[in-house]
Design a protein around this ligand. Structure first.
Ligand code: SF4
Length: 337
């Protein structure tokens, strides 16, 4: 497995600390990069000796979850790594460092070429923040094989960028097949569900590619089983997140009303870090997730009770057909703030 290095842009962080005259900063890394946190902290300290650096050790899953309101307003600057900004109001300045990956995109994309159908002419291309700086190179490789490559910008995302809760950059592309450059099955799954097109995952961390159809079938079977089980539920917990970028208050209120109208009990449960333990004391029959859409799908095996997305609740209540299954999304518009 090749060693992957990330560009943590220490010079840019130094400039921002100096520009803001920041005394106390907090560094926020996603789980996969936390092992680099000490080295990054030391590198910043070396170039800005006077600044107080705090490493946020809590889990961090996306730009929806900023550390701006932690440590009771002692923080002058959050340095948030590996995600791009969402239109969220923050309590203090936040510097987003994309942590661009040095991983090779040539091998996985070349590997993906054999997996495209013979009839394919146009290829939709999407990726995540870590690989976006190589978008031009990705396009060139695919075009060199005679395909037309299409990309789009989404709502709240950059050109060709996909988030686990935002597929707007690919939904409206008119293409034959799609190549997703990244490592997470979840993003590819969402793209497959929204576009109904074949999706090839080209993984820069393994240098290989794979068709995600088998994974897609397996996840749909699991979702069908969870929905079937939830049809027996008489009481529902609606999980509301207190993370700014995941907080869908109006949706939670609406869902409670709908569930009550169908004659079932519903309680809204507010959580910051969401885990099965937090739900145990309430002993409700099923849960509906208004927080990160990935929780219901990715963490499904951790929960004994069915945890549904709002769209899956619609299927349980008979408001939506199974054939019209949709992934959940959180599209943050400025006017929602
Ligand atoms: S809500 Fe979930 S998928 Fe969306 S940015 Fe946050 S962690 Fe990622």
């Amino acid at each position: 497995m090749p060693v992957i290095e990330y560009d943590y842009k220490i010079g840019q962080i130094k400039s921002e600390i100096e520009r803001l005259d920041a005394k106390n900063i907090i560094l926020q890394f996603p789980e996969g990069l936390k092992t680099d946190a000490i080295d990054v902290s030391n590198s910043i300290q070396e170039v800005v000796p006077y600044v107080n650096i705090i490493i946020d050790a809590d889990p961090c899953f996306g730009a929806c979850d900023l550390a701006d309101n932690k440590v009771n307003h002692h923080i002058d600057l959050v340095v948030h790594f590996a995600h791009t900004p969402l239109p969220i109001k923050t309590d203090c300045p936040v510097l987003f460092i994309e942590a661009s990956s040095s991983s090779d995109v040539v091998s996985p994309i070349e590997d993906a070429m054999d997996k495209l159908d013979e009839s394919t002419n146009t290829v939709g291309l999407i990726t995540t923040a870590q690989h976006m700086h190589k978008l031009g190179q990705m396009k060139e490789i695919i075009e060199s094989h005679g395909y037309e490559v299409k990309v789009d910008s989404g709502k709240g995302t950059s050109v060709a960028q996909v988030l686990g809760c935002n597929f707007t950059s690919i939904k409206n592309l008119d293409v034959d097949e799609i190549i997703y450059v990244g490592s997470g099955d979840f993003h590819a799954l969402g793209v497959r569900l929204f576009t109904k097109k074949k999706v090839i995952l080209a993984d820069p961390f393994t240098g290989k590619s794979r068709d995600i159809e088998e994974f897609y079938d397996r996840i749909l079977r699991i979702r069908f089983a969870r929905i079937t089980k939830a049809k027996k539920a008489k009481s529902f917990g609606i999980v509301l997140s207190s993370k700014k970028g995941q907080l869908r208050f109006d949706l939670a209120i609406r869902l409670k009303k709908i569930i009550n109208e169908y004659g079932f009990e519903a309680q809204i449960l507010n959580m910051d870090f969401i885990s099965p333990d937090r739900m145990l004391p309430f002993n409700l029959d099923a849960y509906v997730m208004t927080a990160c859409p990935r929780i219901a799908i990715d963490d499904s095996a951790m929960y004994k009770k069915p945890v549904l997305t709002p769209q899956e609740l619609q299927i349980v209540l008979g408001i939506r057909d199974w054939d019209d299954y949709l992934m959940d999304e959180i599209i943050i518009h400025d006017q929602q703030l």
